[in-house]
Design a protein around this ligand. Structure first.
Ligand code: FES
Ligand code: FES
Length: 163
């Protein structure tokens, strides 16, 4: 079947198998390997992307279900060489070690801060509760998101001004 999915602002029209998962569409069909695939059980959360502004586990969504929708991946966080505050926060506060869980953590953190610019620790831990990190013990991830909240600015300012 042929589908068109808008990924990070660009339409991608591709022939796919109907059973293809969105995570494999992103990684293997259009070559955006920033989104990781870490399990077969929908537990790890490293595959989180946005579909129409909502974080979703891309291993639980068929690529065909994303047809006609907007998908945002970790590759879209950095703009013109400027890191998103969540990326900067993970760097400043050592929010990663191996980095495997990081793409999903970043997309979840960005979604959280867009909805709640000043989350408390419990809200951050709840937001990332669907994701597994085998390295950090989560404390530095929480600190990274707090750092991002302290240094965040409205998306329209970060993008250079509201239209
Ligand atoms: Fe593990 Fe999606 S790859 S939850
Ligand atoms: Fe290694 Fe999270 S940094 S799994």
């Amino acid at each position: 079947m042929q589908i068109t999915v808008n990924v990070n602002g660009t339409d991608h029209t591709e022939e796919i198998e109907p059973r293809l998962l969105l995570v494999h569409f992103l990684r293997d069909t259009i070559g955006l390997t920033g989104t990781h695939w870490g399990c077969d059980t929908s537990n790890c959360g490293t595959c989180v992307v946005w579909m129409d502004e909502e974080p979703v586990k891309s291993c639980t969504v068929l690529a065909a279900m994303a047809a006609g929708h907007r998908v945002r991946t970790v590759e879209d966080l950095e703009r013109d060489g400027v890191l998103d505050p969540v990326q900067e926060g993970f760097m400043q506060c050592h929010g990663l070690q191996c980095g495997f869980c990081t793409p999903g953590m970043l997309m979840t953190a960005r979604a959280l801060l867009d909805r709640n610019p000043d989350p408390d620790e419990g809200e951050i831990r709840e937001a990332i509760s669907g994701q597994i990190c085998r390295c950090t013990g989560y404390s530095t991830i929480v600190r990274s998101v707090q750092w991002a909240a302290e240094h965040d600015q409205p998306a329209e300012l970060a993008a250079g001004g509201a239209q």
